[in-house]
Write a protein that binds this ligand. Structure first.
Ligand code: SAH
Ligand code: AVI
Length: 337
């Protein structure tokens, strides 16, 4: 049995290896008020996907990862399991900086490889959701007794000018297919900006979802247990809390489908009946007709060629590529060109 004083000592010790700090934005990004004015008050109605991730939203996303239908997480995890040693061996990084780290689930594969190869990196998870970032980091310092973590809380769309100076080589990690949540031009701008903050010898490991049978794609965003629906509808609770609005989530439904022409899943909230919503904080009202939709997320799906050309456009050169036999998902290793 572990003595409670021993447990306390371990907690204090592991906390010494963990700290969190805000990242100063390099420029002003639109606030929720701006995005609601631009996106919700005009048609077609839409909102940026980053607003999903309050504490509950982040936990719901983590539950999505466990659904049978949502193949990206387990596919990428298995890929990382197989290629982590190759990547760590290639770069021998001193730092792992992860953008949109969430629960840092799959990053464990990299840490396992680091432990095996005696490459004791410092981990810098960067996420907009502080609760999830702190919780995940606390778990990690408990699991890896050599790991030092400096959590970075902020919006990665606000630029990377104020990231700390990383001494030695860095592996930047952007997993989960989150690049697919950006429009093409935004993705190029984001990756170019990231590339400018990288140094010669640094590398980027990026996960991206591939085009596949549309039934599999549609099922992944319409799980039977309704977790993705809850994740989508939770956005209305977030708006109620942040804007003092009076959305009733039960008066909307989740709708997600693969738009083949645009090669993207589109996630919408559809008004089930005519209704008027007051946005107290903005002193505005929105009148919804029955069937009117809000676009809450795009999730673009790639070919290997479209991924390579995206990275090239952002100034990266291709280093390596990992995919499973069914070609469901890609992990690309790239370096500043
Ligand atoms: N990388 C994890 C989590 C993906 S979910 C995985 O592969 O499972 C997307 C993550 O990006 C969430 O944790 C969310 O909080 C974070 N995120 C979304 N928009 C962001 C932004 N603009 N800045 C920083 N983090 C963001
Ligand atoms: C975070 N991102 C990559 C997920 C995706 O698949 O686009 C978010 C998600 N939305 C619904 N399910 C998962």
């Amino acid at each position: 049995m572990v003595e409670s004083s021993q447990l306390r000592a371990e907690t204090v010790e592991s906390k010494g290896r963990l700290s969190c700090e805000p990242v100063m934005p390099a420029r002003k990004v639109p606030t929720l008020h701006d995005d609601v004015r631009d996106g919700l008050l005009s048609k077609p109605r839409s909102l940026p996907a980053k607003y999903f991730y309050d504490d509950r939203g982040s936990k719901l996303f983590d539950q999505i990862c466990d659904t049978q239908e949502y193949y990206p997480t387990r596919t990428e995890d298995a890929l990382l399991h197989d290629c982590a040693s190759t990547i760590v061996n290639k770069l021998k990084p001193q730092h792992v900086i992860e953008l949109g780290s969430g629960a840092s689930r799959k990053t464990r594969r990299l840490f396992d490889a680091c432990a095996e190869l005696g490459c004791h990196v410092k981990y810098w998870p960067f996420d907009v959701c502080e609760e999830m970032l702190r919780g995940a980091s606390e778990d990690l310092v408990g699991e890896y007794d050599w790991l030092h973590i400096k959590g970075l809380v902020g919006d990665y769309n606000a630029g990377f000018d104020h990231l700390p100076e990383f001494e030695g080589s860095s592996l930047f990690v952007f997993l989960g297919g989150t690049i697919g949540n950006f429009e093409h031009d935004q993705a190029v701008a984001f990756l170019s900006e990231l590339r400018h903050s990288m140094r010669l010898g640094d590398m980027l490991l990026m996960g991206a979802d591939r085009i596949k049978d549309e039934h599999i794609l549609n099922a992944a965003y319409n799980d039977d247990a309704g977790v993705t629906a809850d994740f989508n509808l939770n956005l209305l609770n977030i708006l109620n809390r942040e804007l003092g609005s009076n959305f009733e989530p039960e008066k909307f439904r989740h709708h997600a489908f693969f738009n083949e022409e645009k090669s993207q899943i589109e996630m919408h909230l559809i008004a089930l009946e005519e209704q008027t919503i007051s946005l107290t904080a903005l002193n505005e009202k929105i009148a919804f007709k029955e069937g009117e939709t809000i676009l809450t997320e795009i999730s673009r799906k790639f070919t290997l060629e479209s991924l390579k050309s995206l990275l090239k456009e952002a100034g990266f050169s291709f280093n390596d590529h990992f995919e499973p036999d069914d070609e469901y998902f890609s992990l690309i290793l790239a370096e500043p060109a």
